[in-house]
Design a protein around this ligand. Structure first.
Ligand SMILES: Nc1ncnc2c1ncn2[C@@H]1O[C@H](COP(=O)(O)OP(=O)(O)OP(=O)(O)O)[C@@H](O)[C@H]1O
Length: 276
């Protein structure tokens, strides 16, 4: 083989290997995660689902370098989690919107663009685009405390998308939204991912939401959180990922697979689902 044709494989967006996280306070110990390994390929959409307290947010915080594992390693695009955070390699939209109260909606959304030195005209144009996308065009000059929880969440989502990142870390980003807005945002997210090829790690409590959005759904066990199953969401060539998917039989089949995995019905191999 010609040397020029040998290329190293593209780094995975996220690579979590053998991660434990034990919280200690005094003599109390809480093992939140045990032996978690999961890889998210570049451009792949992976959801984490599992019972309350199983460690989904803990895992997200570790990937975002907001916390450190007790053991195991985490790489983001082949870098340490810390380096990836310093390089701002991803957008984050977490449960709490985390907006800066002293900046307007516009000022919050443009923050990542500002840190990367985008010119004023370019920032204005991009923020207008993002405001329209999340349905907040009339609220650019408002301040976070003048908005509802759902609206604040949409501002946080717009901010996470500002730089069209190659990776989005989203922890229940749509939890506070009404059903109609939630579906619209899901459709938008699918469109954005298709357009930009970004990978997403997405925490949700909703099985239909996980199935609608994901290439794979990682099912976690109750605490200590372990990976119980990984369900491939294969839709078949005839069915595209888009708003119409919610009406398709394959959508309901996939929901059943994830539900069974969550409740531990039958061995994964029987259902053709992947177990890691
Ligand atoms: N800083 C901390 N100190 C001590 N225990 C913690 C800390 N953070 C999380 N935990 C514990 O770790 C476990 C996992 O919490 P985590 O928030 O990751 O769960 P989750 O799956 O995201 O839950 P939910 O679905 O309810 O949001 C819980 O038992 C929680 O109490």
């Amino acid at each position: 083989m010609n040397e020029a044709t040998i290329r190293p494989p593209a780094a995975a967006a996220v690579e979590v290997t053998g991660v434990d996280r034990i919280f200690r306070s005094g003599r109390e110990e809480v093992q939140a995660l045990r032996g978690v390994s999961v890889t998210v390929a570049a451009g792949e959409f992976v959801s984490l689902i599992g019972p309350s307290g199983c460690g989904k947010s803990t895992l997200m915080r570790l990937i975002a370098d907001l916390d450190a594992p007790s053991s195991g390693t985490i790489n983001v695009f082949g870098k340490t989690a810390r380096q990836a955070r310093l390089d701002q390699d991803y957008g984050i939209a977490f449960q709490q919107a985390g907006l800066l109260p002293w900046r307007s909606v516009r000022g919050n959304i443009e923050l990542p663009l500002l840190t990367h030195g985008a010119a004023a005209a370019k920032r204005r144009e991009r923020v207008d685009e993002l405001l329209a996308m999340v349905g907040l065009s009339d609220f650019g000059e408002h301040y976070p405390d003048q908005l509802s929880g759902g609206m604040q969440q949409r501002v946080a989502i717009a901010r996470s998308l500002a730089e069209s990142p190659k990776l989005l870390l989203m922890d229940e980003p749509f939890g506070a939204l009404d059903e109609m807005t939630r579906e619209r945002m899901q459709n938008e997210l699918i469109r954005i991912c298709a357009e930009t090829g970004c990978a997403v790690v997405f925490v949700t409590h909703s099985i239909p939401e996980a199935v609608f959005l994901s290439d794979r759904v990682v099912v976690m066990s109750p605490r200590p959180g372990e990976i119980r199953d990984v369900v491939d969401i294969t839709l078949g060539a005839a069915v595209g990922r888009g708003a119409g998917l919610r009406e398709e039989a394959v959508f309901y089949d996939a929901i059943r697979l994830v539900r069974e995995a969550l409740h531990g019905a039958e061995p994964a191999a029987v259902r053709g689902a992947e177990t890691r």
